[in-house]
Design a protein around this ligand. Structure first.
Ligand code: MG
Length: 401
């Protein structure tokens, strides 16, 4: 029997080429020149992920057979006894995605072929249009339509619709203020304008970003039904998912949920009870390609489509992983896309390209993406305390971001 290829080293690369702090795992194997890359990006708490990888997961995986992805994932998830949580899941994802990359390179196949092969040639993507006023949102929607996008998320004033007039009490602290009821009124006005202006052919999406109280979210989902959204995203906070049943009973607005989820206890009931239409976890946040494959297959049996989270704080390696899942999954719905700049493309050779609203793979073995470590080192991660998540209601009281 030939000797198995084993994990020789776990290197953690951090970089910040475009605002978001990225964490990439590079798994070095016993085979000269053979390595894999994985996304472990939890941008708001990247130091903690680096520590989990270097202090805990590296000693756990060193010397293991790279072919045993499923077993390594299962054991890594319970090796600390307490499981799940964004730090651990992201750290495991870095290892997991790198192992899929390595397996593809060893097999001479792209990861989508390892998963079962392509169901489609490219993944339809949606991108984000924003604006201060409805007309500006419409202008941005038209700009993206001219570039070939057929799915466009529409927001106004960012999450929470900042810009609404606020009456704060004297002495109220600084923060990212928003007015939930003003947000509802403004968004309905904006959606009526945009849908009326651009017609029915383009698919429109909207992300509440869990900023409404549950009953207001139910009302909002009913109010936007007339605009025929492709989906309404994160209408409820993860703590309030029991309200999906009421929302579902009252309207046919397609519902998408999942980017904040860490644990199967969160997504499983939403899928098996058919309470949502799109499951959209952040793939590194749930632990990598291995759990995403299980989720996609489960969702497929219940008529729920995938829409993996695809913001700028998913690293390019993570976007490549998303794309392989998208190409394979029979129940693929849509892929979120953040439009990386030229520097990011230079730093991550093989980063998927989007043309005419579709994201295309390069068909290379593994994930098909690499990193220029010298260039990455020129953009070290900066430290700051997050401001946008310090959200407050008009009276200054804390709110969920
Ligand atoms: Mg979102």
């Amino acid at each position: 029997m030939t000797q198995p290829v084993t994990i020789r080293d776990v290197q953690v690369i951090t970089t910040q080429p475009s605002g978001q702090r990225l964490v990439i795992v590079k798994l070095i194997t016993s085979e000269p020149g053979l390595y894999g890359l994985g996304c472990a990006t939890f941008t708001q708490r990247f130091h903690a992920v680096v520590a989990a990888l270097e202090g805990h997961l590296k000693p756990f995986v060193l010397g293991r057979d790279v072919s045993r992805i499923e077993e390594i994932w299962q054991m890594a998830m319970v090796n600390g006894y307490w499981r799940n949580g964004p730090v651990l899941n992201n750290a495991i994802s870095g290892i997991d995605q790198a192992l899929w990359d390595i397996k593809g390179k060893m097999a001479g196949m792209p990861v989508y072929d390892l998963l079962g092969g392509k169901c489609r040639e490219a993944a339809a993507v949606y991108t984000h249009a924003d604006g201060r006023e409805p007309q500006e949102v419409e202008d941005n929607v038209r700009k993206f339509m001219a570039e070939g996008y057929r799915y466009i998320r529409i927001q106004m004033g960012g999450y929470g619709g900042r810009g609404a007039a606020l009456a704060k009490p004297d002495g109220a602290p600084d923060g990212a203020y928003f007015d939930p009821r003003g947000y509802m009124r403004n968004m309905l006005r904006m959606m009526a304008h945009v849908r009326g202006a651009v017609g029915e052919e383009v698919e429109l999406l909207h992300d509440i970003h869990e900023r409404l109280s549950p009953i207001d979210a139910v009302q909002f989902a009913k109010d936007v039904e007339q605009f025929r959204l492709f989906f309404l995203e994160d209408s409820l906070a993860p703590e309030d998912i029991a309200w999906f049943r009421m929302m579902r009973a009252q309207c046919a607005t397609p519902l998408a949920m999942g980017e904040l989820f860490n644990s199967p206890h969160e997504w499983l009931p939403l899928i098996t009870d058919r309470l949502i239409d799109f499951i959209r976890m952040h793939v590194s946040q749930m632990g990598g390609i291995t759990p995403a494959r299980h989720v996609a297959a489960t969702a497929n049996m219940f008529g729920v489509r995938t829409a993996w989270h695809g913001p700028g704080d998913t690293s390019p390696v993570g976007h490549a992983a998303n794309l392989h899942l998208d190409l394979w999954a029979p129940n693929f719905g849509i892929q979120e896309w953040c439009r990386f700049n030229e520097l990011v493309y230079e730093m991550f050779p093989g980063l998927p390209v989007v043309r005419n609203g579709y994201m295309y793979p390069n068909d290379k073995p593994g994930l098909g993406i690499d990193i220029d470590e010298k260039l990455a080192a020129k953009y070290p991660c900066q430290d700051w305390v997050e401001g946008w998540t310090q959200t407050r209601l008009p009276d200054g009281g804390p709110a969920r971001p």
